[in-house]
Design a protein around this ligand. Structure first.
Ligand code: ADP
Ligand code: MG
Length: 348
């Protein structure tokens, strides 16, 4: 289940290498095409401005299965529902962005997903998903007996197998008495719905390590830890890892967000490998800094739905795929100086 990759380029090639893991295409093919073969498209001419003839398209790796994986639905491992908390410690590192994008990627892969916005005071998952006008009831009203659970679940406009559950109205405080047990009750209620138990329950955790954090992690049995490659986020991530382990959550994978290749090259930013060495966690994904993330946040249209997909969107999709199959990268070797040509990595 563990893939090791060795990359001999700048990090931008390293980013590309993430998409060359088993199950990864170079250009995004349809998710489940009717044919079982996938033909590599010819690289665009602008990549080779000085060459008269285009170079041969890169050869594919040895195992044909590695290619065909993308043409199938990933196999869901682990018991369902998989209750995954998305957490970080530090605020503003991309928890909500990750919950929205991984959640919709999973829905596109045909898994049923419920995303719980557990950031009580500062909820914004509904905004990122463009669902803010559809939230009429929240989990608190369900718990008070003012509405049914299905009335508080907001179905996504685009993918009906994705639902959002907000804990409370914006700017309200975590009410006394609302804690981990209440969230466990909600998760149990989701499990026993007549529509069937969802495949994934994603919990968008608030920043910090106080009551809201403890509540959000209580029902989870696995965690995605988001960090940016800076020392303050890493310190908080390390602290949170310890707290998650104390709570019995051993399955923790990390996403390194807002990675900037230019800064890594100039040695102004830690590389993904540095981050991994410091935290000692398996890597679920490395997401580049991408202005499209901000644009998509403002439009309420998650990045993974963009056509054509951006680099960050592809990285989120890859992370979703790895989450389903519980595959993680234990080691990412990143060498800053390219040794051979760009396509040497692809065997060209
Ligand atoms: P959190 O939930 O951890 O507080 P958010 O997901 O709300 O963080 O993200 C905080 C801000 O960072 C948002 O404005 C978002 O658009 C931006 N952001 C997150 N990830 C990226 C990225 N990869 N590239 C650029 N901006 C990003
Ligand atoms: Mg958030």
């Amino acid at each position: 289940m563990v893939s090791s990759v060795s990359v001999s380029h700048t990090l931008s090639s390293a980013m590309l290498s993430l998409y060359r893991l088993p199950g990864a295409p170079t250009a995004k093919p349809p998710l489940f095409p009717s044919t079982s073969t996938f033909t590599q498209p010819t690289p665009p001419a602008f990549l080779f401005p000085h060459s008269k003839t285009l170079p041969k398209p890169p050869k594919f790796p040895k195992s044909p299965n590695a290619l065909l994986q993308w043409n199938r639905k990933p196999q869901l491992s682990g018991e369902t529902p998989r209750v995954v908390v998305v957490t970080s410690g530090k605020g503003g590192v991309g928890k909500t962005t990750t919950t929205a994008n991984i959640g919709l990627s999973l829905a596109r892969l045909d898994f049923s997903v419920v995303a719980i916005d557990a950031d009580v005071g500062l909820r914004n998952l509904d905004l990122l998903l463009g669902l803010e006008n559809r939230v009429n009831y929240t989990a608190l009203e369900v718990l008070n007996g003012d509405c049914r659970l299905d009335q508080a679940l907001v179905r996504d406009k685009r993918w009906s197998n994705f639902e959002l559950l907000c804990i409370s109205k914006p700017r309200s405080k975590l009410p006394l008495g609302f804690g981990g047990k209440a969230l466990i009750w909600l998760v149990d209620a989701l499990k026993s719905r007549t529509e069937g138990c969802p495949d994934f329950i994603l919990i968008d955790c608030p920043a910090g390590i106080d009551a809201g954090f403890i509540t959000a992690i209580t029902p989870a049995n696995e965690a995605i830890l988001i960090t940016t490659p800076d020392i303050t986020a890493l310190r908080d991530a390390d602290r949170v890892t310890g707290l998650l382990e104390c709570d019995g959550i051993r399955d923790i994978k990390m996403i390194v967000n807002r990675v900037r290749t230019d800064m890594i090259k100039g040695e102004d930013m830690m590389s993904v490998l540095d981050v991994q060495e410091m935290l000692g966690l398996p890597l679920l994904g490395a997401i580049p800094e991408d202005s499209e993330v901000i644009r998509s946040t403002n439009r309420g249209y998650p990045l993974v739905l963009n056509k054509p997909p951006t680099l960050a969107g592809l990285a989120f999709e890859q992370a979703a795929w790895r989450l389903v199959e519980q595959d993680t990268m234990q080691a990412v070797m990143v060498e800053e100086e390219p040794k051979r040509g760009f396509f040497s990595f692809f065997g060209g």
